[in-house]
Design a protein around this ligand. Structure first.
Ligand code: ZN
Length: 292
């Protein structure tokens, strides 16, 4: 009897998910990470401290986007952070992949803000957390957009280029992570979700030349499963941001990743040690600071 109920729940989630998958919006540019940079425009990237989870707010002048929203318990924190930033509209919301530490607070975000475009990978997960996100999307009458590698979105002159996922099916849910490169003038950021080495290899095969970024959000909270030496060479960042919680259950960041970053003389910034980290860009100069 118990099995039947679970099967029914799974079936309902599938029906809801399939109904919510919309058509991908028009591609504006293909494989183009050069932004329509506006002189004098300012960009802010907030790596919000949500403990052992990810949530990144990007403000480009009057337009904003959010990548992930922390764990279930972080919903209010993320909503309040965005409200303090006087945000009421989000042009883009990306749920990188269906794990709780990425989409946990997404239902609260969807309930509280006007959202134009939601991007989530074409994979479902039979958890209450995932179901809650689908319910919120459904209640708002929104559709999920599948990430298409090579698609560029405009965020008030900054460009958001989709780089992964590059396959239809993966064994590991982490590898469905939507990876995007944000470019603002001469400054660039790579946000990797929890993409693992397999996805990193696909990106290197498919996107030679465009991975290079000033700031790399280290994949999977500094786990050894991500950030291969080859990938780090291809991105060649000046700064590495690791989003993670103090004394987490996974031993993140793994010491091999810290050693790799140190060997490459990349400056490491960690939310478990520094709290929320904000990067600003005027198109030429990058500044980094912390918020307590
Ligand atoms: Zn994660």
């Amino acid at each position: 009897m118990k099995k039947k109920i679970i099967n029914l729940v799974i079936a309902l989630v599938i029906v809801l998910f399939v109904n919510l998958m919309g058509e991908s919006p028009e591609t504006e540019n293909s494989y183009n990470d050069v932004s329509n940079f506006k002189e004098g425009s300012n960009l802010e990237v907030h790596f919000i401290d949500v403990g052992q989870a990810d949530s990144i707010l990007i403000k480009s002048g009057t337009e904003s986007m959010l990548i992930d929203a922390g764990n279930n318990a972080d919903g209010d924190l993320v909503v309040n952070y965005l409200k303090e930033q006087e945000i009421s509209d989000l042009k883009f919301v990306i749920g990188t992949h269906p794990h709780e530490d990425h989409i946990g607070g997404l239902d609260d975000v969807i309930d509280n803000f006007n959202i134009a475009t939601i991007i989530m990978p074409n994979v479902m997960h039979t958890t209450k957390t995932f179901e809650d996100v689908l319910d919120s999307i459904n209640n708002k009458g929104l559709k999920i957009n599948s990430p298409k590698v090579g698609t560029t979105y405009d965020l008030n002159g900054a460009s958001v280029l989709i780089l992964a996922p590059n396959s239809e099916e993966y064994k590991e849910l982490n590898n469905y992570s939507v990876v995007v490169k944000l470019t603002h003038g001469e400054n660039s950021f790579l946000f990797t979700g929890d993409a693992e080495a397999l996805s990193e290899n696909e990106m290197m095969e498919n996107n030679i030349g465009v991975l290079d970024s000033d700031i790399l959000k280290i994949g999977h909270h500094g786990s050894i499963t991500s950030t291969s030496g080859e990938f780090l060479d291809a991105v060649n960042p000046k700064y590495a941001i690791i989003s993670l919680g103090k004394d987490n259950d996974y031993g993140h960041p793994h010491k091999e990743i810290i050693e790799l970053l140190e060997e490459n003389e990349i400056e490491i910034l960690r939310t478990d040690k520094m709290g929320t980290i904000v990067a600003t860009s005027d198109g030429t100069i990058l500044d980094l600071y912390t918020v307590r």
